[in-house]
Design a protein around this ligand. Structure first.
Ligand code: GLU
Length: 423
């Protein structure tokens, strides 16, 4: 099943449970606009190379399209369509007045020099400029994109329209109009939700072992936040592999080690040194193997389709937090449900990122800077309210949290669509 078919299945499941008007389901199952662009880029060796880029604008009934841009060799139209639809749903779960969109370029950015990456980014902006803008569609970081790339996007777009326009993109560095706390927002939002769930389940942080799959932007920050709160991080991995250390890992040390040694898996010895433990208690595991290790909370912060029908039955965690988009397939959801594993779905767990992006848009619009405390308080409030709404719907509809999050979001979208008098 393709990733977009997974999304459609999720929409269908929720629609059935809530007895949704068929026309609303049709609207939500079809992106409003799909843009595909060819990007000719001069490489450092003088040769011209063509890259493929996409921008999908799924829905804008609640507000401007919103969603990241990812740079990855596996990007394709189906993936971008799925990710764009999840953005519409995600923004609606947390009740922010934004729609959904997503972009991507088929490229492994690690194979490009910084100059090549900048030329590629600027070319992409030139090609999609007619369909983006602060009130139309506002990109942001996603897999393998960051503040620096967002600053290039803002600069290129501003040159095209002939005036400073930082509001065309979010996730910018502070000095380019960015907001405090955006880079930690995805993880922080997920942690706020996990804390609520832990409370409901009567679990204690110090007895809770955590594994983080995907030690990048979201996963690395989540590990730090959780360790600071007293959780015991016992495993971490990135695309090249990972470590499982039964006695615990110090995420800050692991973070510095990853920067130095490029991947978590080369940090085994380092861990041993930090903890003065014998090397045998830390073992190297692959990015797939780590999912099946013993833990209480499994944080999925890598890519989509990590838990599928083929490995779901071997998952040992009690709770799964999806900081990545689409890490669990619909078939896996069924299996996890039958095993009694609670999955906090991506559209709720990782919505902190786009929520703080929304604050950044407000900041750019008003010119009034938000403090880190203001961002954090408002983020916590929004995530907590969304959690309670989703939980209530899960009880009302006797559904999983994913189904309940979809129901929460779709009910709000239905009201917006009706409000516009479209049907
Ligand atoms: N790429 C992030 C996501 O998937 C953030 C999107 C945004 O801030 O617009 O939610």
């Amino acid at each position: 099943m393709s990733l977009f078919e997974n999304t459609l299945k999720q929409i269908r499941n929720a629609s059935t449970l809530m007895k949704l008007d068929e026309d609303i389901e049709i609207i939500l199952s079809n992106p409003q606009r799909i843009v595909q662009v060819s990007l000719p880029v001069r490489m450092d060796d003088g040769k011209l190379k063509i890259f493929q880029g996409f921008r999908v604008q799924h829905n804008n009934y609640a507000g401007p399209h919103k969603g990241g841009i990812r740079y990855h060799s596996q990007v394709d139209m189906g993936e971008v369509k799925a990710l764009a639809a999840w953005m519409t749903i995600k923004c609606s779960v947390v009740g922010i007045p934004l729609g959904g969109g997503k972009g991507g370029i088929v490229v492994n950015p690690k194979e490009l020099s910084e100059d090549e990456l900048e030329r590629l980014t600027r070319k992409y902006v030139q090609m999609i400029a007619p369909v983006i803008g602060p009130k139309i569609d506002v990109p942001a970081p996603d897999v393998n994109t960051n503040g620096k790339i967002m600053a290039w996007i803002a600069d290129e777009y501003s040159q095209i329209v002939g005036e400073e326009c930082p509001g065309v993109v979010t996730g910018k560095p502070l000095e380019a109009g960015g907001i405090e706390g955006r880079s930690t927002a995805t993880a922080q939002g997920g942690v706020y939700v996990l804390e609520e769930l832990m409370n409901d389940m009567g679990l204690k942080r110090e007895d809770t072992k955590v594994i983080v799959q995907g030690y990048g932007n979201a996963g690395g920050v989540a590990a730090n936040l959780l360790a600071d709160l007293g959780y015991k991080v016992v495993g971490a991995s990135d695309s090249q592999g990972g470590l499982f250390c039964n006695y615990g890992i110090n995420p800050q040390e692991l973070h510095s080690c990853k920067i130095e040694k490029n991947t978590v898996k080369n940090c085994g010895l380092h861990m041993t040194e930090i903890h003065g433990m014998d090397g045998a208690s830390c073992k190297k595991v692959s990015n797939d193997e780590i999912l099946e290790e013993e833990c209480d909370v499994l944080v999925l912060a890598a890519l989509e389709n990590q838990i599928t029908a083929s490995n779901a039955s071997r998952i040992k965690a009690k709770i799964i937090i999806e900081l990545a988009n689409g890490p669990t397939s619909p078939e896996a959801d069924e299996i996890l449900k039958s095993k009694g594993i609670t999955v906090v779905p991506d559209i709720l767990a990782n919505a902190g990122g786009v929520t703080v992006s929304y604050f950044e848009m407000l900041q750019n619009e008003s010119g009034k800077k938000w403090t880190a405390v203001e961002v954090d308080e408002k983020l916590k409030e929004i995530m907590t309210i969304a959690w309670h709404e989703v939980k209530l719907n899960a009880e009302t509809y006797k559904s999983t949290l994913r189904e309940a999050a979809f129901i929460t979001a779709i009910a709000r979208l239905e009201a917006k669509i009706m409000e516009k008098g479209e049907l």
